[in-house]
Design a protein around this ligand. Structure first.
Ligand code: UDP
Length: 435
């Protein structure tokens, strides 16, 4: 006899993240915000009742094929090209093998994913290939948009043509695009296509981990002097992150006689890794400007310790030339660190000028220096800002709230696919949406 209390089986869904391994250490090589996004979304979706398989390319031969994060959430590493680091600009040729490996895994495990959420343009291509041969519902998050990124790059990679074409196609062919800010939605509409469905659901952060911590406690834990004026950068070493701008800003502040400056640069791999070239370039600029004694290259720091760095900082600077969303901004603000960020992309959405931080034009060394000076000298305003910044992140960008919106979106798309509805009448629920 059937038990009436029997739990409904979990619905399996696939997240595809070609180069950004959700199980990887973040902050090195090319591992950054996308890895964090996919991992957190996957784990939170599993907690909400889905069975989540996250697919990525296998990069190291000694890495396990499957990493089980929690009972219903795992990373699966698929064979696609040699098991070694391949820059993402050269991954497109390996994507047919990625799709074949995905299909083989699905068959071998007897699994069926009615919904696939792809991340980045290479995964979008894989998703569209799967869409051709099965009735999957396709959701896509860009993470980075070529039409904007190439405006701030001097060297356009050979993969540009394919990337621009696929980023256009996915907007028109996916069941829904998840834009992570209204700014991204606007860009998609004005520069990519007016066709296709877009919903704005931001990235999030773990507000239990990134939260207000006393500055004195954080400085004591990190052995930092209480008198020092700590200017913090957190992120990968990549020219588009604008670390050079920040170093030049610190040189200008020093020239202006600001005392007790300390620049802490968090992130980056050890020597001989792919991001080493940019790190070396930045180290050379630090040396040329005579900033060695006040600069610390802290290397990669895990999310367990990172809240201490944000809490210890007087200001966290995000000098990116282009930033699709910028997780570092919300992590810093969650920990109460005032932010001075470039007025670009998702940073325009997450940072509220004068209330949670300041926005200045990218590459504008004087403007960054002025913003930092204001923060270093106005203690009362900063105290207020610390609280406002933390509350703002808690209300708008917690993973739980953000993933709840994805959960509702998936449910709606799947229900619609079953009912064969023609019109899109979905209204996003008002959980944790922007104020
Ligand atoms: N990060 C980290 N350790 C580091 C440097 C960076 O964990 O040493 C993390 C950081 O906390 C954030 C992510 O890497 O979660 C960077 O995401 P963001 O969106 O700011 O930039 P992206 O890497 O996507 O360009």
């Amino acid at each position: 006899m059937l038990s009436l209390n029997r739990q409904a089986p979990r619905q399996a869904i696939a997240l595809i993240s070609d180069h950004a391994d959700p199980a990887a250490d973040v902050g090195m090589e090319e591992a950054g915000g996308q890895n964090v996004y996919v991992r957190n979304v996957g784990e939170t979706l599993a907690a909400l009742g889905w069975q989540v398989d996250m697919f990525t390319r296998k990069v190291h031969s000694d890495d396990p094929v499957i990493v089980q994060h929690s009972p219903y959430c795992r990373t699966i590493r698929l064979k696609a090209g040699a098991e070694e680091y391949i820059p993402r600009d050269r991954l497109f040729d390996h994507m047919p093998e990625f799709v074949a490996s995905f299909k083989s895994f699905q068959t071998a495990q007897g699994l069926n994913y009615p919904l696939v959420h792809t991340n980045y343009w290479l995964s979008a291509w894989a998703g569209m290939e799967l869409q051709k041969t099965s009735g999957i519902q396709l959701v896509h998050t860009y993470h980075s948009l070529a039409v904007v990124k190439y405006q701030s790059l001097r060297d356009i990679p050979p993969s540009a043509h394919n990337r621009l074409r696929i980023e256009h196609e996915i907007l028109e062919k996916a069941n829904c695009i998840v834009a992570t800010s209204p700014q991204e939605q606007e860009t998609l509409r004005s520069l990519v296509s007016t066709a296709g469905q877009i919903e704005v659901i931001p990235c999030g952060t773990d507000t239990d981990n990134f939260c207000l911590i006393s500055k004195a406690h954080a400085r004591a834990r990190l052995n930092l002097d209480r008198q020092e004026k700590v200017i913090l950068y957190v992120g990968r070493f990549d020219p588009r992150k604008g670390i050079e701008t920040l170093v030049r800003v610190v040189a200008l502040l020093k020239q202006q006689n600001v005392q007790n400056l300390k620049l802490i640069i968090v992130g980056g791999s050890s020597a001989n890794m792919p991001d080493g070239e940019e790190r070396e370039r930045i180290e050379n600029i630090v040396n040329e400007l005579g900033l060695q004694s006040l600069t610390v290259f802290a290397g990669r720091v895990g999310h367990d310790i990172l809240p201490l760095y944000y809490a210890a900082a007087d200001v966290c600077v995000i000098p990116s030339h282009y930033e699709p969303f910028g997780l570092v901004a919300i992590e810093a603000m969650a920990c109460g660190a005032p932010v001075v960020a470039s007025n670009v992309g998702g940073l325009k959405y997450t940072v509220i000028p004068e209330e949670t931080g300041l926005l200045v034009e990218p590459r504008d060394i004087e403007a960054f220096a002025r913003g930092i000076q204001r923060i270093l000298t106005d203690e009362l305003w900063v105290r207020k800002m610390r609280k406002q910044a933390s509350i703002n992140v808690y209300q708008r960008f917690s993973w739980t709230g953000v993933t709840m919106q994805l959960h509702e979106l998936y449910r709606h798309i799947l229900a619609r696919s079953i009912m064969h509805e023609q019109d899109w009448s979905y209204k996003m629920p008002s959980i944790n949406k922007s104020a």
